[in-house]
Ligand binder design. Structure first.
Ligand code: FCB
Length: 444
């Protein structure tokens, strides 16, 4: 395939940037916001690097108007943000916090007034602590409370917000939150993780139904973190191990959503947790979505010798994640062969590097520009192979609270000075702004 630079993306391709409530909003106690599992987790000593927390973060709650104006100046066409459930419903069910709801109202109006399309995520990991106290996502009732909360949001914002994401990255919630314990709520139990994973999917299905019921014109999807798993060598054993691993990680969520069944490889892993699956669940989970959000950061390379820590010749980001844009292309093309895909958005993709403000006051981040360019190139190649890609959201608009890593990892295309809350558009932000405005990608 010969490609002439610039690569021209289809008209209407959505160019955006993403954030999540707990990572940027701050204002943890403002205007009646309730406690979330991430407040509790980050305030428990030893859980987060440097004992950082999201109390202030980027203070986006108070600075959203400036942030929206900046996005406008950057020529962004879409903003993916998440709604903090405990800001809107402090205990996760029952009473509504109108002041919290007003914040999202103002944010959405500000975005629309400058022509930026809002993409709202309902659950980006900040479960109300009160719901954790009744078992969190292991308690099936929570899936119903989630749908009720979705209904509140659809009612209030659905006249203006047309794109909704239910759950962000159920695999991460299940595995990091409940099996590895390095994310909230911090459990280490396989059976809990599997139950949580399933109930997140049930919650997704219920929320999708609720939103569609009250807003038939709404587009509803879910976002999945997807790492292709590739064999270290071409040997049969390595390929078998990699494929098995792909099915029990990516397949664990892709299959039920897109085919209505877990991959056969998952059942032996489920053990007694299988009881979490109720009659009718799989039909609910696999209700046709309007789109699927793919979040790609790295691939996994594995085989009979275990996971490869460093692939020779590969670059790595500050997170220690391998930079491998071609694996994104392979992932998307494979998904398109394996499933009858709905429209696909890349709802997150980006990289952390050790950014510094230079003497000239700018933030020069050539590695991030290269990262974004190469991944967008991979997206373009997948498009040319008929993957139904509709948009791309850079992670992240702002440097922010990177969960267990606190403020030590900077993913933004905009630098945040946490002492002054000053924003500096990084070189990558200026670069991305040109791509977004033109809808074209220069390869050099
Ligand atoms: C994803 C999360 C997002 C951010 C990036 C780096 O897994 O959805 O909030 O932390 O990783």
């Amino acid at each position: 395939m010969t490609e002439k630079s610039p690569l021209v993306f289809p008209r209407g391709f959505v160019w955006g940037a993403a954030t999540a409530a707990y990572q940027v909003e701050g204002a943890a106690k403002a205007d009646g916001r309730g406690e979330s599992i991430w407040d509790r987790f980050s305030h428990t000593k030893g859980n987060i690097l440097n004992d950082d927390n999201g109390d202030v973060a980027c203070d986006h709650y108070h600075r959203f108007a400036d942030d929206v104006a900046m996005m406008k100046d950057m020529g962004l066409r879409a903003y993916r943000f998440s709604i903090s459930w405990p800001r809107v419903m402090p205990h996760g069910r029952g009473s509504i916090n109108w002041l919290g709801l007003d914040f999202y109202d103002r944010l959405v109006d500000a975005l629309l007034s400058v022509g930026i399309e809002p993409y709202a995520t309902l659950y980006h990991w900040d479960l109300p602590e009160s719901l954790q106290e009744i078992g969190g996502w292991t308690n099936r009732d929570v899936t119903g409370y989630f749908a009720d909360y979705a209904a509140v949001m659809a009612k209030r914002l659905g006249d203006r917000v047309k794109n909704w994401m239910t759950i962000n990255e159920p695999w991460v919630v299940a595995v990091h939150g409940n099996l590895l314990g390095d994310m909230a709520p911090g459990y280490r139990d396989k059976s809990t993780a599997i139950k949580v994973g399933h109930n997140l999917l049930v919650g997704h299905g219920r929320a999708l139904e609720t939103i569609k019921h009250s807003r038939p014109d709404a587009k509803v999807g879910i976002t999945l973190s997807l790492s292709p798993v590739e064999p270290e060598t071409d040997a049969e054993d390595d390929r078998r191990i990699a494929e098995h691993r792909y099915q029990i990680s990516a397949g664990w969520f892709l299959n039920p959503l897109l085919t209505g069944a877990y991959p056969s490889e998952c059942y032996p892993e489920f053990g007694e947790a299988i009881s979490v699956i109720h009659p009718g669940d799989m039909a609910l989970i696999s209700r046709r979505m309007d789109f699927l959000g793919v979040q790609y950061y790295f691939r996994v390379v594995t085989g009979k010798r275990g996971d490869v820590k460093k692939v020779s010749g590969s670059k790595y980001t500050e997170m220690g994640w391998e930079v491998c844009p071609s694996a994104l292309e392979r992932l998307l093309v494979r998904m398109n062969q394996d499933y009858d895909l709905p429209p696909i958005f890349i709802t997150e993709n980006g990289a952390a590097f050790d950014d510094k403000v230079s003497k000239d006051g700018h933030v020069h981040d050539p590695e991030r520009i290269e990262y974004l360019r190469e991944h967008l190139h991979a997206v373009y190649r997948a498009l040319k192979q008929n993957v139904p890609l509709k948009g791309y959201f850079a992670w992240s608009l702002l440097d922010n609270f990177e969960w267990a890593f606190g403020y030590s990892k900077r993913f933004g295309i905009v630098y945040v000075d946490y002492k002054t809350q000053k924003r500096i558009i990084k070189d990558s932000g200026h670069w991305y702004s040109r791509v977004s405005r033109r809808g074209e990608l220069e390869l050099t």
